[in-house]
Design a protein around this ligand. Structure first.
Ligand code: BGC
Length: 509
């Protein structure tokens, strides 16, 4: 080989080495970026973890806070509100009743025909989305929209007939300080609603005036939180139902309490010796909750910082947004999602139903995940391993939410001595086992629980895990679809003059 040939050969070898070095360098870098993302996921998973030991701490904290909220006004972040429901439907109610439900993204109109003997002869439901602008407008605009819709609904379901049942159940799924079964003032808005002129106003009065303006001669016989409606329907079917939970856009629970345990209302007299308490558990807080940096940011940027902390880890309004935040952070720290998409900075762009669709994508190549990433977040051509990572993020967020809700449920059971332990007295958790366990039913309603199978499985599994195999068989979780509205119509029925044969008492206390 001549000199020139040698130089050429050496040059080529050097060039190949340089190319190889660049390629290896790139591969190492891209691997490093991938491992960065995997590490970020591991850290998130660790911070959001809910081993059974931690869940038991949440159970105890819930029971203790319930006690504190019942002991004094403002004694806890749990408001433990009186509902004035001391008689729950028992199946003997008769007649046709209407109900209205305002609460989340949709509002519902209902008509039920009760035939006594635990029978519902017919029921119609209409769901309507609440136009976004009405959630932040004025109370008049919101209520006029609702009563006009009610009028149309009555005309469709009842034809030209005179309305026989004039008593209306009103499910209003926000924190309300009730002054009687059919009156109460709004404490604050949650779930993205914000109509300033309504805060501290009597919500029934607002509705009653709007009914008048619309020319509807109806009487609001019961003002009911959605969790209370759910409990009412649960009790209608099964007298062992002692608590109800809603897991939808927001989350909440209520349960039957002994009147003498409501220390903040000494001498509270009820015909049954008990009362349904609206816990407003969305506002529960405890240092045992596994809070991550994403939760802190979500809270700080929300309409109600430092409020509804439990709700922000559990309910449908927020889960999708937590997932979006995790993907956003990963995308900023690595290029596994390609160039950082501006959609990732938009709050609530990834809704919880879309997140659930990614989580429940059973296609071999996760095509649904790819589609949602592209269409909603504008993240294109994501390799399969990154799609799997997205599914894992959805899983961590959902699992934590479902397991925390499960701990909340067991917390209620503990407070009323239905978890097989000795319960709590004077605000202290007692250790040891109680005597005989009674069959106990918890009614559950809300779109997140009803339509998200994995969430449901995680929650049910965690309730059994916390209770243990000896106690778990005594506790049944029962779905009460539309319970929030139907139950409210039933409470209107049990408290109506129309209904002659109602004389029931709360059982199960
Ligand atoms: C409200 C509760 C309601 C729950 C479920 C929460 O944001 O404060 O009153 O029951 O959502 O709808």
């Amino acid at each position: 080989m001549g000199k020139v040939g040698l130089c050429l050969a050496v040059g080529c070898a050097l060039a190949s080495c340089a190319i190889a070095a660049v390629m290896v360098g790139r591969r190492v870098k891209s691997r490093r970026r991938w491992w960065n993302v995997v590490r970020a996921l591991d850290e998130f998973e660790e911070a959001a973890s809910t081993p059974v030991g931690r869940l038991r701490q949440v159970v105890d904290a819930m029971a203790v806070e319930m006690h504190a909220g019942l002991a004094s006004e403002g004694g806890s972040k749990l408001k433990m509100l009186l509902t004035y429901v001391d008689n729950l439907p028992d199946g003997s109610e008769n007649g046709t009743y209407y109900a209205l439900h305002i609460g989340g993204t949709n509002f519902r109109l209902l008509r039920i025909q009760l035939g006594g003997q635990r029978s519902i002869l017919g029921h119609d439901v209409e769901r309507k989305p609440i136009p976004q602008h009405l959630m932040t407008s004025t109370s008049e605009e919101l209520f006029d929209f609702i009563t006009v819709s009610l009028k149309e609904f009555i005309e469709t379901t009842n034809g030209a007939n005179q309305i026989r049942g004039k008593d209306l159940g009103f499910t209003f799924s926000f924190p309300v300080k009730q002054t009687s079964l059919s009156s109460g003032t709004l404490i604050k808005w949650t779930k993205g609603f914000s109509i300033d002129d309504m805060v501290e106003k009597d919500v029934v009065e607002c509705l009653q005036k709007a009914l008048c303006r619309t020319g509807l001669d109806m009487n609001v016989a019961a003002l009911v939180n959605d969790s209370v409606g759910t409990l009412a329907l649960g009790h209608f079917y099964d007298k062992d139902t002692v608590a109800a939970v809603v897991i939808g856009t927001g989350t909440n629970a209520c349960y039957l309490e002994r009147a003498d345990a409501v220390i903040k209302c000494q001498g509270l007299l009820t015909s049954s010796g008990g009362m349904v308490i609206n816990m407003e558990w969305g506002n529960f807080w405890s240092s045992h909750l596994p809070r991550t940096s994403y939760d802190i940011d979500l809270d700080a940027e929300s309409q109600n910082p430092n409020d509804q902390g439990f709700e922000k880890m559990i309910s449908g309004m927020y889960l999708g947004d937590i997932v979006r935040r995790v993907i956003h952070k990963m995308s900023l720290e690595s290029d596994v999602f390609g160039p950082v998409s501006s959609n990732l900075s938009a709050r609530f762009v990834l809704s919880t139903p879309l997140m659930a669709a990614m989580h429940e994508d059973h296609t071999p190549n996760l095509t649904e995940v790819a589609k949602i990433l592209e269409e909603t977040l504008n993240i294109k051509d994501v390799p399969l391993k990154v799609r799997k990572l997205v599914v894992k993020i959805c899983d961590v967020v959902t699992r934590r939410a479902a397991r925390l809700a499960a701990a909340g449920i067991v917390g209620i059971l503990k407070k009323i001595g239905r978890d097989g332990t000795a319960g709590i007295t004077s605000g202290r958790v007692k250790s040891g086992k109680s005597g005989k366990m009674r069959r106990t039913v918890v009614a559950i309603e809300g779109g997140l629980y009803l339509s998200y199978t994995i969430f449901q499985e995680y929650l049910n599994e965690a309730v059994s895990e916390i209770l243990g195999e000896e106690i778990a068989p005594f506790v049944t979780l029962k779905i009460m679809e539309d319970g929030s509205g139907i139950g409210s119509a039933m409470l209107a029925a049990s408290n109506s003059n129309q209904n002659v044969d109602t004389n029931t008492t709360v059982q199960g206390l």
